[in-house]
Design a protein around this ligand. Sequence first.
Ligand SMILES: [Zn+2]
Length: 497
Amino acid sequence: MRKLLAILFVIILFSCQENKEQLNLTEGVYISNVTIISTEDGTYSPYIGHLVVEKDKIVYVGKDEPSISGTFEQIDGTGKFIIPGLIDSHVHLPGVQGMLPNHIEKYPELATKFKSQMPRSYLYYGFTTLIDLGGIYEEDITSFNMEKAKPDLYHIGYSGAAVANGYPMNNIPIEYRFEALPNFIYMESQAENIPDKYDPTNHTPKAVVKRIKNSGAIAVKAYYESGFGHMKGLPLPTKDIMEELLTEAHSNGLVLTVHANSFEGHSFLTDIGVDIISHGLWNWEEYKDVPSDSLPIEIKNMLDLQIKKQIGYTPTLTVIEGEKALVDTEFLNQPGLKKVVPKNLLEWYKTEEAQWFGKKIFSELTVEEIHTMYDNVQGHAMLALKYLSDNNGLILFGSDTPSGPIYSNQPGHNGNWELKLMKEAGVSLNKILASATFNNAKAFHLDSSLGSLAIGKKANIIMMAKNPLTDIEAYDAIEKVVIGGKVIKREDLEVKE
Ligand SMILES: [Zn+2]
């Protein structure tokens, strides 16, 4: 009997030890006793637990204290919160905020400082993954990746699949635009305005998507934009073109994300069933004068269809707010900007020379007129977003940084502003966090490695002093950023001069 008990005891002991995680680390990070906030389905059940990283991967996450040996850094997470690194699914990295090529030529040192700080600025505000939706060349990717601390970068290839002479090609002088957007779509109706050297067979949706795929892209970007401001009546993709882009994107394992912010554009894309619309719905066209607290039935019906089809909706509220900020004399004095914009560049933004874009788009308007105009548009954008949020629409976080040549959409800072505007629109904090982590990862097929705190996923983790499910200020209370297993203190990401 005694012998039997002894054996039983050994078995129990053995099985206990087996349950306890045995982790032998070589380059580990152990975050202990921390509130873990992550989701695999959009619902949150935070708990106090432990997370272990080995090299660039999460190897343990759970309530039980793991048993660890080897080489690791321990971080006491008592009273702190961790979330997966934030994903901004709509940014533009090339260029310098607010500067034209001639400004960059005139002030090369401002541009150089901006470029080298930019990756850290995104990390400073918790953005560990960026998806460039504007087209990016190898040299920009290389120079971004040369910085020691930088977010993970994904892109849509050298250019979006714009229709010939349509948006955004129309912004570029005709002699450069075809070279600038090598993935343009040939349309017979534009044949006379396309140089002869371009072979139509290289510019079908099929050929274009193949090229985009081969350039290492994760998504195809297309556009449905008839014009805004002074531009009107731009060529638009036909239904056949958009459907073919969708089919080709899917057969190449890519996601189709399409620029549109008008009722017509959202309706067109919703009927087709594209994967993602890369802007919110703020241009209500014939409904533009309805009060911004009432949703016309036609718009509601269209949003219902978006919800039913679970089309990704990217609010990009800072597009409107950023333009409006060009007439806000206090904007550039925000303490949060000093952390991420090099000092001399911030000073330049305050000069007369840097006001060129505001002058161009606002010309004779008074500040009051500008506020009325933008507040009306933003009111509509927020109402559409709130409706989607209340009715289980698929919201994807994207800031469109920068949405134009404006200094008011700064790296990281703008995404942080976007999070706050979503809150202002009435989106719950749970949904805001999901939109910037789990939803984005899933929608862009990055969820095998990103978007949640789970074993096997990449160790992109944000540690905060406040709870992001109860306090939007948590995004301003980031203390540490872990990127690919490397722990960085937030203050080390700030502008140094
Ligand atoms: Zn954009």
